[in-house]
Structures are given as structure tokens and as C-alpha cells.
Write a protein that binds this ligand. Structure first.
Ligand code: CO
Length: 155
């Protein structure tokens, strides 16, 4: 009887572990990145597992400065064009989140936020190239050179 109880315990533990693995896989497609008042992101790379069809990206601003002074957003493009898009963003104005409007080089972007705020986007990555070369950056004027990172789709 004692060994049967132990067997049942083992079976139920395995089942719980199996359920847990499913929810962990979903969380692997969710990322949080933060920006601060020092013109810094806290990550220089985001690596997306191959089985993610969409990604949820949350941007947090952990600083205190207003959006007009120290705005942060998260813009994604192919790496070959990111600096050109970033420069175009400098003249796009805060009303447009410093993102050039109608520019099809932009894969996705978040709104521009200030200290203490956060924002979140969910976007489709199934059409992006696995193992491709993508870059994210903040397009606030003067920030892109310091605030950028590599966006990797694992193959
Ligand atoms: Co910024």
C-alpha cells in the first residue's frame, strides 16, 4: 500500500510538471525591457525562441523624467536600415512618437513613454526571417546611438 501511494504521488507530480511546461513555453514569447533616465535600456539583446508566432513586448520607463525630456519607445527594423530610420525619427515629432509615419521599414513600435509609465505591444513574428538580423532602438532624438539592441529570432 505504501509503494502504491508513492507511485500515485509520482504520477501526479509528473502531470503537474507537464502542465507547467506548457505555460512556461507561452511566457518565453513575452519580454520586458526597461529604459531609465540615463538613456539606457537594460537589455542589449532579445532572443525569441523558434516556436513563437507572436511576441509580447512590454516597455517600462523606470526613470522620473517626463516624456518631453527623456522619452523612450521601442522600434523594430531590419538591421540594415535601423540607423536611417532612427535619423528620420528625429524629425517625426513627439505627436508621432518620433516615428516616421507610413514608413514600411518599421516592423512595429511602441508609443513613446515617460518616467513611471509602461506600454505593451503584441506583434506577429511568423513572417520574419529565422536567424535574420533585426535591431530595436529608441527613436527619441539623440537616444538611438545609446539605446539599441539586437533582436534575434532563433532558428
Ligand atoms: Co529614449
Amino acid at each position: 500500500m505504501r509503494s502504491l501511494n508513492r507511485l500515485l504521488l509520482l504520477v501526479s507530480t509528473t502531470m503537474v510538471a507537464g502542465l507547467g511546461a506548457g505555460s512556461v513555453a507561452a511566457q518565453d514569447c513575452e519580454f520586458t525591457i526597461s529604459g531609465n533616465d540615463m538613456i539606457q535600456f537594460d537589455k542589449s539583446e532579445i532572443s525569441v525562441p523558434a516556436d513563437c508566432d507572436e511576441v509580447t513586448l512590454t516597455l517600462e520607463h523606470t526613470g522620473e523624467l517626463q516624456v518631453e525630456q527623456m522619452g523612450h519607445n521601442w522600434v523594430l527594423t531590419e538591421s540594415s536600415v535601423w540607423q536611417e530610420v532612427a535619423q528620420a525619427g528625429q524629425n517625426a515629432g513627439l505627436d508621432n512618437d518620433h516615428v516616421p509615419q507610413g514608413d514600411d521599414r518599421i516592423i512595429t513600435y511602441t508609443e513613446m513613454i515617460g518616467g513611471g509609465e509602461s506600454t505593451s505591444i503584441t506583434f506577429d513574428v511568423s513572417d520574419l526571417e529565422r536567424g535574420g538580423d533585426y535591431t530595436y532602438f529608441c527613436s527619441f532624438p539623440g537616444h538611438w546611438a545609446a539605446m539599441n539592441g539586437e533582436f534575434i529570432l532563433e532558428s
